[in-house]
Write a protein that binds this ligand. Structure first.
Ligand code: ARG
Length: 600
């Protein structure tokens, strides 16, 4: 089953051939002038240009061939040579019926050949509270995971837990200095206590203190570096203490992600690449890629002549390779952020053999990924073009800078969620929604509304743009918001319940009214939105579609009586349309990671 854009494209392409033009592109798209046409083809313009022919004449020839096709109500040539296509009511009804019958996919086709895709998103860290960058990554990554899976790919969502870098050494030193982990600080083989000596609160309190101290105190920093290197080298007490840090953090993180409806297939950490580290270093060395640099070992990733001016600490500038070399082994012998990323690619190659790895990470890490990807290609760890960094802009405060709390600190995800739920409760009460439902269900509804508000606000912006956090706007039941969409979905659910109560059943879809035509065209457009969102890794195209669908339904509902329709066939058709809209709405929202309540 194919969408109209595609089927009409094929029809126009055939008409070009019949008109004697080979290889012309049909270029069918939704019409710019819905008052005149449903679709238009601009193909004659390009083809005529290539042939040095008159575009209007060519368009007229093609239009004459198409005019005999019963699917069209009219085919007209406009302007310099656009072909305007208006579909017959029957053709629209047929397509709407096909979408209605496609219960699982609401009209969107799967890809021809499934690929193995790893999506690396969220990237939370041990002990460091998650901030809004992690929130965006989680929301966008979760949506992409669902979208790729919906298209038929085999997808692994991986949290890529930050559990291996310098912050681990910092924590070991900080916890050790507090004197409550003596058993772990000893040099022997253990055994070590099975009980964690620290809670999440301890970790969250100690980490910022230790990080600040390391900035000022070089001796402290050196101890943390040494501890990092010893941990990575396998010192048993440090490993045992570290696994407590990891477990304590992960339990808390899973709770937070759970509240957001974000899940992972793999909870691999940076540390999980450790077992392939030795292999990787040997291979890089054997390939001549690993180069000594001032006590450290690096991989040069810039091609000859790729340089950029860089400022030195003394203020002077030099022409330096760009991107800079990837630091693989520090002078203390530690693995760095880039090292674990490179080793993770090797690990994924051996464990999964992905055709594609998508990294959903803040745009500010673009250079890091450029370095890592180039090194991976040089090492032969990934097929050319199979590594993609999907950067995104920041969520900003009213001052246009990355969002902070009123006290000026980074906002913790947990607090953001509670704040949004509180707002959602308030909004529901204002709108007299959820009245009369049991308290527990009301709470669940408020939570669903809050998550929809946050996720839709994020995903309705194109990935790369930054946006301003505006809780009042995000949680409104009017406008382009998550809660508005939930409200529309719930309205249809209640209509369908009422119909069932009255014994009114959905029937065959017929299209007659302008609002029904618009609704049928909108239902058809879901397939294209899904395909484009997938190709461009852009969930906002799905968000656009859901909003358009909700609006189209609203107009239909205002213009076309459903239960009050006199004619039973018309009533049945409209009920079928409503049920189809609901299914597509829920399918699309699910792709955004948004659930809908049964009522509110
Ligand atoms: N933990 C990192 C951070 O907080 C993000 C990890 C992103 N993923 C990756 N493969 N590097 O900045």
């Amino acid at each position: 089953m194919t969408d109209l854009r595609t089927t009409l494209g094929e029809a126009v392409a055939t008409a070009f051939v019949e008109a004697g033009v080979e290889g012309a592109r049909a270029l069918v798209s939704p019409s710019d002038r819905p008052d005149l046409a449903d679709f238009q083809s601009n193909g004659a313009l390009a083809a005529a240009k290539a042939m040095k022919a008159n575009p209007r004449e060519l368009a007229t020839k093609v239009a004459e061939r198409l005019a005999g096709d019963a699917r069209f109500q009219s085919v007209e040539v406009a302007g310099p040579g656009f072909i305007n296509l208006r579909l017959s009511d029957t053709a629209l009804a047929e397509r709407a019926q096909a979408v209605a019958d496609d219960v699982e996919r609401a009209g969107a086709e799967p890809v021809g050949e499934p690929r193995k895709v790893v999506i690396d998103y969220a990237g939370p860290n041990v002990a460091k509270p998650m901030h809004v960058g992690h929130l965006r990554s989680s929301i966008i990554g979760e949506s992409l995971k669902r979208l790729f899976r919906f298209r038929g790919d085999i997808v692994w969502g991986d949290a890529h837990f930050g559990d291996w870098g310098f912050q681990m050494g910092l924590l070991i030193v900080a916890v050790g200095d507090e004197g409550r982990a003596d058993a772990f600080m000893a040099e022997g083989e253990g055994p070590f206590p099975a009980q964690s000596p620290v809670s999440l609160d301890d970790l969250e309190r100690l980490y910022p203190q230790a990080a600040a101290k390391a900035k000022e105190d070089p001796a402290y920093r050196d101890r943390a570096r040494k501890a990092t290197a010893e941990l990575q080298a396998g010192r048993p007490g440090y490993r045992a203490l570290w696994s407590h840090f990891v477990a304590v953090s992960r339990t808390a993180l899973e709770r937070e992600f759970g509240a957001l409806g974000v899940t992972f297939d793999l909870w691999n950490g940076e540390s999980d690449a450790d077992p392939v580290m030795a292999q990787m270093l040997a291979e890089l060395a054997a390939k001549g890629l690993l180069v000594e640099d001032d006590g450290a070992r690096v991989v040069h990733v810039a091609r000859p002549g790729e340089t950029r001016k860089r400022k030195l600490p003394d203020g002077s500038t030099v022409e330096a390779p760009s991107p800079p070399p990837l630091l693989v082994v520090s002078s203390e012998g530690s693995a760095m952020y880039g090292t674990t990323d490179l080793a993770t690619i090797l690990d994924r190659k051996q464990a999964i053999g992905p055709d594609l790895i998508l990294y959903v990470v803040d745009e500010r890490q673009a250079e890091h990924f450029e370095q890592v990807f180039r090194a991976a290609y040089l090492a032969g760890y990934a097929p050319a073009g199979s590594l993609e960094h999907l950067g995104f802009g920041t969520m900003n405060g009213p001052d246009g800078k990355p969002f902070k709390t009123r006290a000026g600190g980074v906002l913790k995800l947990h607090d953001l969620i509670s704040m949004t739920v509180a707002k959602a409760r308030e909004r529901l009460r204002e709108a007299h929604l959820g009245e009369g439902v049991p308290a527990e269900e009301f709470e669940a509804i408020a939570h669903t509304v809050a998550v929809a508000a946050l996720k839709f606000a994020d995903l309705s912006n194109s990935r790369t743009t930054s946006y301003v956090f505006d809780l009042d706007r995000f949680t409104g039941f009017e406008g382009k918001t998550g809660p508005y969409l939930l409200y529309q979905a719930v309205r249809i659910k209640s209509l369908l319940r009422k119909a069932e109560g009255q014994g009114a059943a959905p029937g065959a879809i017929r299209i007659a009214e302008p609002a029904e035509r618009d609704l049928a065209l909108t239902l058809d457009a879901f397939a294209g939105a899904v395909a484009d969102a997938y190709d461009r890794r852009s969930p906002h195209l799905i968000a656009e579609h859901v909003y358009r669908l909700a609006q189209s339904f609203s107009k239909f509902y205002a213009a076309c009586p459903v239960l009050a329709a006199e004619d039973e066939a018309v009533r049945g058709s409209r009920l079928a349309l409503a049920a189809t809209v609901l299914r597509q709405l829920e399918t699309a929202l699910e792709l955004l990671g948004i659930d809908t309540p049964a009522r509110m």
